[in-house]
Design a protein around this ligand. Sequence first.
Ligand code: ATP
Ligand code: MG
Length: 310
Amino acid sequence: MITAVCLNPAIDRTVSVAALVPGGLNRVTASRSDAGGKGVNVAVTLARLGEEAACVAFLPRENGRLVEEKLRAEGVEGAGVALDGAIRTNLKVLDESKREITEINESGAPVSEAQLADMAALIERYAEKSDCLVLSGSLPPGCPASYYRDIMERIAPLPCRVVLDADAARLREGLKAKPFLIKPNRHELTELTGQPLDTLADIAKAARALVEDGVGLAAVSMGGEGALIVSREGALFAPRMEVTPRSTVGAGDAMIAGLVAGLHRGLPLKDTFCLGVACASASVMSEGTGLIDRATVDALLPRVQILPVT
Ligand SMILES: Nc1ncnc2c1ncn2[C@@H]1O[C@H](COP(=O)(O)OP(=O)(O)OP(=O)(O)O)[C@@H](O)[C@H]1O
Ligand SMILES: [Mg+2]
């Protein structure tokens, strides 16, 4: 089983406007709401790929059932720690004239030390029965930036592999516990290294340094410029696939689900990377937070191009 952790669930509300006017009245032409958060999206995508998936989440009492209902509907085993308050809303405003998304994210319901301790114990229980644990997304108010690292250190004796998708201090701290796989996007990697990463060679060098420091695999997503993966054996680059972008939100989460599914199936690195790229590209083609269907992924797979990076 693969377990994804969602500590800061969200309702992703996407609204479309013809052309966004800051400071003016904007009329919504279409809208949709997806209950989720990164961990939920990873778990649901894994289930859609045919993997046995679970999701452990903080569940605010007011509307946490929206997440539980979604997990149930997708065949994902759900478990949670209850919180006071409501799930935060992440508003995505799609400017149709520019095909550009402006994101306005709430921080979420605060958590107490007791709730964090309950959550850590729950995650450990799931890690005991999982081959892989995915820690992804932001942390709720009250949760220290070292929380992902603390979890990794706590479950280090278990055979469960850990995937970390986090940014800034959460990523920097988490790296100290040497996750098996990380997938920063270009911005997150730049922030981590503190250096401008202008070329593919710069990005590959930064990713190699992380692998030398003990990360098993470093995948770097570069939005519309493709993606890179580095292991001890070498580096591979996948140029952007020619797909019609509808919403790039969640493309990174889909890539993680594809990579994790490939690793879980024991595929060679190249095929694992192909699956990650096909999932990300399928996600870009779909509206909203980009949950994918398996048929689209299967159709894209033979078209993924993988090139060695020297
Ligand atoms: N415009 C695009 N056209 C084609 N493919 C894209 C495009 N944007 C993203 N992708 C694919 O999706 C992958 C992940 O995208 P990106 O780097 O934006 O992830 P991210 O910033 O982690 O996203 P999120 O955190 O919202 O899930 C890219 O490496 C690429 O394969
Ligand atoms: Mg991301």
